[in-house]
Design a protein around this ligand. Structure first.
Ligand code: ZN
Ligand code: FE
Length: 259
């Protein structure tokens, strides 16, 4: 299985997974990069997966559906173009001989879902998570439709997935996120090392993704809001919010205003 981030717009990634014959794509905000990649890789599109309703994740769906006939899978509780196979937590999408398990991860949008694939036989390089705009490397999505408590619960579910899981985020926001993370968690040695690594990747024009769950658990402040060092930093920004959801809410707000 080959896992490829297809750059789209300024900083989106449309993820493609294929076995040399058949492919799936996740969150095709634009059809053109997908059609190009299908041709370049010599593979046929078997399914279009969507995590949430935002246009930068759905803009290419109709064109791809018509061009390839591939079925479209997406969240049950989001405004989405029909026909759509509507998915809820625990549903399984079977495609390319893989099973992708659906997880409800509200917060960025109210009905946001993620897809987790643990079909080890087919995925020698480890499980795969397609998490849309919920978890980013070093950060998380903005709370457009959900509460901090919802987002925190969603991120905790993702954080508990197996460490080697490859985290396929929908945006290249890593460097900006890590600058903020270093502000919040300055004494974290893994974070400093990862920042240097990502600066190098971006200087070469390469994607910083996929990340892994194990790495995110070490460096992502939004998965670490219960750590004393992160809590202490958050309290210097705003002393309110002592519950974990309160600390998380403050952390998210701090990031919203960070430049
Ligand atoms: Zn979004
Ligand atoms: Fe997005």
């Amino acid at each position: 299985m080959k896992l490829i981030p297809l750059p789209a717009f300024d900083d989106n990634y449309i993820w493609m997974l294929h076995d040399g014959y058949e492919a799936i794509v996740v969150d095709p905000g634009d059809a053109q990069p997908v059609l190009k990649a299908l041709q370049h890789e010599g593979v046929q599109l078997k399914a279009i997966l969507v995590t949430h309703h935002h246009a930068d994740h759905t803009g290419g769906v109709e064109y791809l559906r018509q061009a390839t006939g591939a079925p479209v899978f997406g969240p049950a509780h989001e405004p989405m173009p029909e026909p759509l196979r509507r998915l809820v937590d625990g549903d399984v999408v079977s495609v390319l001989g893989l099973e992708l398990r659906v997880m409800d991860v509200p917060g960025h949008t109210a009905g946001h879902i993620a897809y987790f694939c643990n079909s080890v036989a087919a995925l020698a390089d480890g499980p795969v998570l397609f998490c849309g705009d919920t978890l980013f490397s070093g950060g998380c999505g903005r709370l457009f439709e959900g509460t901090p408590a919802q987002m925190l619960a969603s991120l905790e579910r993702l954080s508990a997935l197996p460490g080697p899981t490859r985290v396929c985020c929908a945006h290249e926001y890593t460097l900006g996120n890590l600058k903020f993370a270093l502000e919040v968690d300055p004494d974290n040695p893994q974070l400093a090392a990862y920042y240097a690594h990502c600066l190098d990747l971006r200087a070469k024009g390469q994607a910083t993704l996929p990340s892994t769950i194990a790495l995110e658990n070490q460096i992502n402040p939004f998965l670490r809001s219960h750590h004393p060092s992160v809590m202490a930093s958050v309290h210097t920004f705003d002393a309110n919010g002592t519950s974990q959801a309160g600390v998380f809410a403050t952390l998210r707000q701090w990031k919203n205003h960070y430049r």
